[in-house]
Write a protein that binds this ligand. Structure first.
Ligand SMILES: [Zn+2]
Ligand SMILES: [Zn+2]
Length: 96
């Protein structure tokens, strides 16, 4: 089951369970669409994998299966992420 983390790890934008802007990598590093696709160019700064849109957890399920309330906010060093993105962005995720 996904954590459904509450915010973007880089810019701290709120990403509630109903957000259509939440993007995750396979480890569930969680970013807003702008950070994932524009700032990091679809290369996760931690694992170099790609991002996909996080599915909505329907609000009627939230009481039984709550979204995480644990904020993960670790802004990245953009010089380092740029190097990482440049190294991987032109390689298909399945070949990284
Ligand atoms: Zn963001
Ligand atoms: Zn990752």
């Amino acid at each position: 089951m996904l954590d459904i983390r509450p915010n973007c790890e880089h810019c701290n934008k709120a990403l509630p369970n109903t957000s259509t802007e939440a993007m995750i990598c396979s480890f569930e590093c969680t970013y807003c669409k702008h950070c994932a696709l524009v700032v990091f160019e679809n290369v996760c700064p931690s694992c170099s994998g790609n991002f996909v849109q996080r599915p909505i957890r329907p609000s009627k399920m939230i009481e039984k299966y709550p979204a995480s309330s644990k904020q993960v906010f670790k802004p990245k060093d953009l010089e380092k992420t740029k190097l990482n993105s440049n190294a991987f962005k032109n390689i298909l995720p399945e070949k990284r």
